[in-house]
Design a protein around this ligand. Structure first.
Ligand SMILES: *[C@@H]1O[C@H](CO)[C@@H](O)[C@H](O)[C@H]1NC(C)=O
Ligand SMILES: *[C@@H]1O[C@H](CO)[C@@H](O)[C@H](O)[C@H]1NC(C)=O
Ligand SMILES: *[C@@H]1O[C@H](CO)[C@@H](O)[C@H](O)[C@H]1NC(C)=O
Ligand SMILES: *[C@@H]1O[C@H](CO)[C@@H](O)[C@H](O)[C@H]1NC(C)=O
Ligand SMILES: *[C@@H]1O[C@H](CO)[C@@H](O)[C@H](O)[C@H]1NC(C)=O
Ligand SMILES: *[C@@H]1O[C@H](CO)[C@@H](O)[C@H](O)[C@H]1NC(C)=O
Length: 514
């Protein structure tokens, strides 16, 4: 989809930003944080639970994709978190996590999409939540992480239908009712923006819908219209579930409900006015698509202009319902990208979302030998400033931020430590400058099944040995580092572990050997 080459002009700008803004940090105690700020880490249901067809769970669209032969691996077993949750919570305790972000599998809880609740599904999530709460770890739950029940996809096309609004709200209510006495942080939908682009425009991820020439090898779909329709229904479903929570549960349960968006930080590739405008347009299309309705009640003008009638319109009532329908925003952020204007695509008679956005997005080059992504921590400061200035500084949880490495790499993941250290420094800068950030979740707690890379790459603090029938977990250097950071020890102490790290020690063993 996108060419990957280095934009030299851009990287000088970024280097300068790093020098200016990335203060070093020593420990959690240095953060002048509001008392309710949490540091945690996360996973998602399909990527970690396994037990895909056990105890009454039915397929989600991700199972169908994984079994289609086009994906590299399935989540049939994944990390076997379904059976190993106690052991995993114990690792979270050793890592000093204050919060854990996970997602609930709709098709495990309500196998037919609507109707009867699966007692085994209920039991599993109650067990997990109780185990977390017992150890003082806050559960932060996401309701939809790219795993629409296949039965609803088959029945009416999932997010393409307005029927999803009602069914999603009913599912959300089961979760609020059953778990809301202990779960105080609810995220309705994860990465709605990237999900609909991948699932309905380029077609590379489930439900794999697209149309030529914008996507390849989809058996059905319409890249010109469907991404906008699916996103519209996601916004309506979010606001419907959030309204229900606020009216019926919030007073009693005292929790919070929000939505998650994926955010690149876009830097203009050159100083040329058209590239500067293109970078702003990138934010309008990728962030504003969801944030403008949530904050102002309508889509950005540039989207209405470029997509025309393909962009659904909110009725007056819908607009009022969507506007302000959140207590916090979850942000998934990994990288800074360079943006070049490509307004030529607006001359095409048939356009998709990308042609409407009319930009060229250029990734910074990472390290192909290790799988590492380029590290530009200043992007986090920039995006938090952007949310502050454009959207009135809403409470924000950094829901995902993490460094990829090839899965076969060693547990001596000092590149991941460098990434973590850099981004936490940038977060601290943003908070010092008034950002309303409320939490940070490293992605991911352990090596997971990754949607695009299968088992080739991973982001985990813990290595999962796939050759071991018990899928034993081992702390990487990054787990030691994060644990020490959270304990308030100085970072340099943690780095000493680097000399003796390998995939065989446990976190408690290596701590006591220090
Ligand atoms: C698309 O499908 C064709 C025919 O099945 C196949 O040869 C090709 O590799 C596929 N392309 C991608 C990107 O999956
Ligand atoms: C997509 O939908 C639009 C609007 O209904 C229609 O004009 C266009 O022909 C459709 N494209 C495809 C590939 O079906
Ligand atoms: C931006 O423009 C200024 C003034 O023309 C120039 O000095 C500077 O080098 C340019 N920066 C980039 C990144 O192109
Ligand atoms: C590790 O995996 C990457 C990506 O699959 C591959 O390019 C590399 O050769 C592998 N290295 C080893 C030592 O197996
Ligand atoms: C800090 O906040 C002020 C006021 O919102 C803003 O003008 C300034 O650009 C911010 N600084 C950084 C480094 O983002
Ligand atoms: C871990 O990596 C660091 C830096 O790359 C190196 O100095 C150290 O020797 C490595 N430790 C082991 C056990 O490989």
């Amino acid at each position: 989809m996108v060419k990957k080459y280095l934009c030299f002009v851009g990287s000088f700008v970024v280097l300068w930003l790093n020098l200016v803004f990335c203060a070093d940090i020593l420990s959690r105690h240095e953060f002048p944080l509001p008392p309710d700020f949490v540091f945690g880490s996360g996973t998602s249901a399909y990527q970690s639970e396994g037990a895909a067809f056990e105890d009454g769970r039915t397929a989600a669209i991700w199972d169908t994709f994984a079994h289609s032969g086009k994906a590299q691996a399935t989540g049939d077993i994944a990390c076997d978190g379904y059976h190993k949750y106690k052991e995993d919570v114990q690792l979270m305790v050793e890592t000093n996590l204050e919060a854990y972000r996970f997602s609930i599998s709709w098709s495990r809880l309500i196998p037919n999409g609507r109707g009867p609740v699966n007692p085994k599904g209920l039991e599993y999530y109650n067990n997990l939540i109780n185990e977390l709460v017992k150890h003082g770890i806050q559960p932060h739950a996401t309701l939809m992480h790219i795993d629409v029940p296949q039965v609803l996809e088959d029945e009416y096309g999932g997010w393409l239908s307005r029927k999803m609004v009602g069914d999603f709200t009913t599912y959300a209510e089961v979760c609020f009712r059953e778990f809301g006495d202990r779960v105080l942080h609810w995220t309705t939908v994860n990465e709605g923006n990237i999900f609909v682009i991948g699932g309905y425009d380029t077609g590379g991820i489930p439900p794999q819908r697209c149309s030529a020439p914008f996507g390849i090898n989809c058996s059905k779909g319409n890249s010109s219209t469907e991404p906008y329709i699916a996103a519209h229904h996601i916004l309506l479903a979010h606001s419907s579930a959030a309204r229900l929570y606020k009216q019926k549960y919030q007073g009693r349960q005292q929790g919070f409900v929000g939505m998650n968006v994926y955010v690149y930080w876009p830097v203009p590739c050159t100083n040329a006015t058209e590239d500067v405008i293109a970078a702003q347009r990138t934010n309008d299309f990728l962030i504003g698509w969801f944030m403008d309705p949530l904050v102002f009640g309508d889509y950005p003008d540039i989207m209405k202009k470029n997509a025309g009638t393909r962009l659904p319109a909110f009725t007056k009532i819908e607009s009022e319902q969507v506007k302000g329908s959140f207590d916090f925003i979850g942000v998934n952020h990994y990288s800074t990208v360079y943006i070049k204007d490509r307004s030529s695509t607006l001359k095409m008679d048939t356009r998709d979302f990308n042609a409407d956005m009319a930009i060229e997005l250029i990734y910074q080059q990472g390290d192909a030998s290790t799988g590492e992504l380029a590290v530009t921590p200043s992007g986090l400061l920039r995006l938090l400033e952007y949310f502050k200035q454009r959207y009135g500084n809403p409470p924000i949880y950094i829901h995902e931020n993490g460094q990829r490495m090839w899965r076969n790499a060693t547990c001596n993941d000092s590149a991941r430590v460098k990434y973590l250290r850099g981004f936490l420094g940038s977060l601290l800068d943003a908070i010092r400058n008034g950002s309303n950030a409320r939490g940070y979740f490293y992605w991911s707690f352990m090596d997971l099944l990754e949607l695009l890379d299968g088992l080739e790459s991973s982001y985990g603090l813990y290595y999962v040995d796939l050759n071991d029938k018990d899928l034993k977990r081992y702390p990487k250097l990054s787990a030691h580092w994060y644990s020490n950071f959270l304990k308030g020890k100085t970072i340099d102490g943690a780095i000493e572990v680097e000399q003796k790290i390998n995939c065989s020690s446990t976190l408690s063993q290596s701590h006591s050997s220090q």
